[in-house]
Design a protein around this ligand. Structure first.
Ligand code: PLP
Length: 502
């Protein structure tokens, strides 16, 4: 393909993407395909002969697109949002266009330095303590990881190394390998699956401690777990606090967990993958009270901040904890000796190569501005509140727990079986997508405002889909009668209680 063909193909692709978003409300959210559909359709071997772009593009629209879930439809309410925006898409395109790999500063100076700048910008926008920023005076700094999962495992491995060094310093004779197998990590039973997986990948037992009735891991629970494990000869090493759990968006109190970790020199990592984006709005920063105790803090810019996957923003207070753990030297990786403090990001992550991901973050921060991003977050939260109001007005439903950020959890008052049936029926129709969770041992449906294009009318469309399907399971008139009869029973009971007390 020459540059002229690239221009033509590129323009057609941009037009496709623009049309795709202009028509974001068209079609079902879930594709009408069966597992294996593409495996059957596509040839078993790569083409021997080159094909022209027009043919390939036609293949793309006719075979690939129909099997794609519409994550940016306003009726996509599953999981948490995945970011996208035109500035971010252009940033990604330009990054691919430059085609650099920033494994050292010299390998692409702008790749490293733009990451330093944008991570400092974002850290300041979240109101993170200065220790987390990359400044000449301290060892802190931000780095872009591929995902929150990666950030959790990178910090777990760094915590393991740091604890080993500390114990070795206290007692140079200890056997490192025998000591490491005693390390233990903690999080709440509400953690994302990736947190538990970090323990598996990092060979560290991860204890899932029981969260309280509001889904929060409390300081007392953690303290008790530390004591139990120390009594067994184990060594507490790593704690993952959740700011915005995946199930119900609960916030662990960092101000309780932090002092417990500090007392035992245990690394405190904060997984704020989704909800952390809201800290860009000062009114939500109370939820990260105690962040000064954290050793590392991660927010997925690729979730709620309009940046396309992948762009997970991780800050550490002491980058030497990462460097000490991951620095492996080779002569071909020798870099320039700089006067200014420039991070060697290859020591801050698992892989060697790194893409120019800061470009898409930079584009988004510049083209939306902090005000634009704040408006996006506030708008999505207010849409979630509007949805919660609609659900609450129908007495067949219970909204529980309290809606948090862009998430509303609800269930049918009739019970779990019917709630599950409602979700199954909705998914089967493919017009709306939500996933389940559990809260206080009840089956709940989670509705998240995901698409940046969602407006109030869209929320009402989603509610109508849910309501119409519910009408088939529990006719509204029955509920009306039921609520009337409950009201009259209550009335009769009240009268008899009053009579008795007289
Ligand atoms: N942590 C939380 C709280 C999440 O909700 C998620 C994903 O939704 C993750 C971690 C994993 O994020 P990633 O896919 O970036 O690894």
């Amino acid at each position: 393909m020459d540059s002229q063909q690239f221009r033509e193909f590129g323009k057609a692709a941009i037009d496709f993407v623009a049309d795709f978003y202009d028509n974001v409300r068209d079609g079902d959210v879930l594709p009408s395909v069966e597992p294996g559909h593409l495996l059957k359709k596509l040839p078993e071997n790569a083409p021997e002969q080159p094909e022209d772009w027009q043919t390939v593009f036609k293949d793309f629209t006719s075979t690939i697109v129909p099997g794609t879930t519409l994550w940016h439809s306003p009726q996509f309410h599953g999981f948490y949002p995945t970011g996208t925006s035109f500035p971010s898409i252009i940033g990604g395109l330009l990054s691919d266009g430059l085609g650099v790999v920033g494994l050292t500063w010299m390998a692409s100076p702008a790749c490293t330095e733009l990451e330093v700048v944008t991570m400092n910008w974002l850290g300041k926008l979240f109101g993170l303590p200065e220790e987390f920023l990359n400044c000449s005076s301290g060892p802190g700094g931000g780095v872009i990881q591929g995902s929150a999962s990666e950030a959790t495992i990178v910090c777990l491995l760094a915590a393991k190394d740091k604890m080993t060094r500390r114990l070795k310093k206290l007692n140079p004779d200890i056997d490192e390998e025998l000591t490491k197998i005693k390390f233990i990590a903690y999080t709440s039973d509400q953690c994302n699956s990736s947190v538990e997986k970090a323990g598996v990948l990092g060979s560290m037992k991860m204890r899932l401690l029981k969260a309280d009735a509001s889904g929060r891991l409390r300081g007392e629970t953690l303290k008790k777990a530390f004591e139990e494990d120390k009594a067994k000869g184990l060594i507490p090493c790593y704690v993952v606090a959740n700011l915005g759990t995946t199930g119900t968006c609960a916030f662990d109190p960092l101000y309780e967990l932090g002092p417990v970790c500090q007392e035992e020199n245990v690394w405190l990592h904060v997984d704020a993958a989704y909800a952390g984006a809201a800290f860009i709005c000062p009114e939500y920063r109370d939820l990260m009270k105690g962040v000064e105790y954290a050793d590392s803090f991660d927010v997925n810019a690729h979730k709620w901040l309009l940046v396309n996957f992948d762009c997970s923003a991780l800050w550490v207070k002491d980058s030497y904890d990462l460097i000490n753990a991951f620095d492996v030297q080779r002569i071909y990786l020798d870099d320039v000796k700089a006067e200014v403090k420039i991070p060697d990001y290859r020591h801050w992550q698992m892989q060697l190569g790194r893409r120019f991901r800061a470009l898409k973050l930079w584009m988004v921060l510049k083209i939306y501005g902090a005000e634009g991003l704040r408006a996006h977050i506030r708008n999505q939260i207010s849409l979630a509140q509007h949805f919660a109001k609609l659900v609450r007005a129908d007495d067949r439903f219970i909204v529980e727990p309290e809606p948090a950020m862009g998430l509303v959890c609800f269930r049918l008052a009739e019970g779990d079986i019917l709630t599950k049936k409602l979700l199954e029926n909705l998914i089967e129709k493919k017009r709306i997508f939500m996933v389940a969770a559990s809260c206080k041992n009840r089956f709940i449906i989670r509705l998240v405002i995901c698409s940046q294009f969602t407006n109030k009318d869209d929320v009402e469309v989603s509610w109508k889909l849910i309501k119409d399907e519910t009408d088939k399971l529990i006719p509204n008139d029955k509920v009306h009668i039921k609520s009337q009869s409950i009201a009259s029973i209550n009335h009769i009971q009240n009268i008899s209680i009053c009579e008795k007390s007289k």
